[in-house]
Write a new protein. Structure first.
Length: 409
């Protein structure tokens, strides 16, 4: 059999022979003498060929900003890789999908993946070559009766100019950053801790946010958990900073490259709040967007959460949960949230939020979508309900942020 020939199953071959006996001689003659390359002559087997029976497919590509950069050391956000999301319909799990980059007049394979049950496949790739943006497309292979298909090409150029970048260079915060929550307060469930500049240090191209003992307090704080006392603990100072009233945006992407703290008893956070606090729906009043929270290495549910909080009829409502199978977002078995930096991001549109870790989607929701300018917050907070998980002598704890970036849509 020559390369490219299709073997005909035995039952179909017998059916073909029977059909030939019933066909007029003139039609048999035309069939036998026609050239395979002649488009004016159609062979009877073409009517039942796999190509004719295959279902049409559609592929879509979305080139995202540079939100992929796992690693142990600090690095430039300009060196991060772009994330690429592909969607292939009809949806089939396990379909081979290839990522291709344009090279001159042709296309070169640079990545491969298999679609999930939603028809989605995820890639990361270089943002530029010799300083110029690149164009990518995805190609879905023939799969279980589905025809192969190729998406249009999409360039990385759209996200090359961020709305805001913070590299935390130098030895102090830039003027657009301020310290938050500098009083002990019940409303925030932090009677035993407060924000302080003493818990924030900028060194080596990163900002370190800490939970440390408040040396000015010699007494001990009674912590409350679920309405009951959980013990008495040293007062704590938290690293808690934001760009409130200085840097905000509406719709787009926000990303931060973070190395989390280690122990339970506090939580690392990258989150956003609306610039203006008012009554109304999230569309008019904004929402709290918890891009990522981490509750420590030994948490039984993996420690990572994403939530949205907003007010409805004067009550705070929320949606979100623990991130499922969080270790599946790590690079390998040696990787860890407190061992290496990872990029945590949210894509915010007028219709939904999509949360990602190093470009891989963790969750999406259409609930509580803010329509107002939001500003970023970075914090390591010891809330009263967490204090029982760690002894005072296990302080300090540290969270490091390499960079933060915003892209306006």
């Amino acid at each position: 059999m020559n390369e490219g020939d299709i073997a005909m199953p035995a039952p179909r071959a017998l059916a073909g022979g029977a059909l030939a006996l019933l066909m007029p001689a003139s039609l048999l003659l035309a069939t036998s003498t026609g050239s395979a390359a002649d488009p004016s002559v159609a062979a009877p087997t073409a009517l039942s060929s796999p190509e004719r029976r295959a279902t049409r497919s559609r592929a879509k590509i979305q080139v995202l900003p540079q939100i992929v950069q796992q690693g142990r050391r600090t690095a430039s956000p300009d060196a991060a890789r772009v994330a690429i999301a592909a969607t292939v319909k009809p949806r089939r799990a396990g379909r081979p999908v290839r990522l291709q980059v344009k090279r001159g007049s042709g296309w070169k394979n640079v990545g491969k993946a298999r679609s999930d049950r939603r028809g989605r496949a995820e890639f990361s790739a270089r943002a530029t070559r010799r300083g110029l943006p690149l164009t990518y497309r995805v190609k879905a292979h023939r799969f279980k009766g589905l025809r192969p298909t190729t998406s249009r090409g999409e360039s990385t150029a759209r996200w090359r100019t961020p709305h805001y970048t913070e590299n935390f260079s130098g030895r102090s915060l830039r003027p657009e950053w301020s310290h938050r929550g500098q009083t002990y307060e019940r409303a925030s469930k932090r009677l035993c801790s407060k924000g302080s500049p003493k818990a924030v240090k900028v060194r080596g191209g990163k900002v370190r946010l800490s939970v440390i003992k408040d040396r000015s307090r010699k007494d001990r704080c009674k912590a409350v958990k679920r309405g009951s006392s959980s013990g008495r603990y040293a007062y704590r100072l938290n690293g808690h900073i934001s760009t409130q009233d200085r840097v905000s945006f509406t719709y787009g992407f926000a990303a931060a490259r973070i190395k989390m703290h280690t122990r339970r008893g506090q939580h690392s956070s990258f989150w956003m709040q609306p610039e203006v606090s008012r009554a109304g729906s999230p569309r008019t009043a904004g929402a709290e967007i918890d891009v990522i929270e981490y509750f420590g290495d030994k948490h039984r549910r993996g420690g990572l959460t994403s939530f949205i909080h907003w007010k409805r009829d004067g009550r705070v409502v929320k949606t979100g949960s623990w991130i499922k199978q969080p270790r599946s977002f790590l690079k390998n078995r040696r990787d860890g949230w407190s061992k290496n930096y990872h990029v945590f991001s949210v894509e915010w549109t007028p219709k939904m939020y999509i949360f990602r870790i190093d470009g891989k989607e963790t969750w999406r929701t259409r609930k509580g979508v803010s329509g107002q300018p939001q500003y970023p917050i970075l914090s390591l907070l010891a809330s009263d309900y967490e204090l029982s998980y760690m002894r005072d002598e296990q302080l300090p704890q540290h969270m490091s942020v390499d960079w933060l970036r915003i892209w306006q849509a």
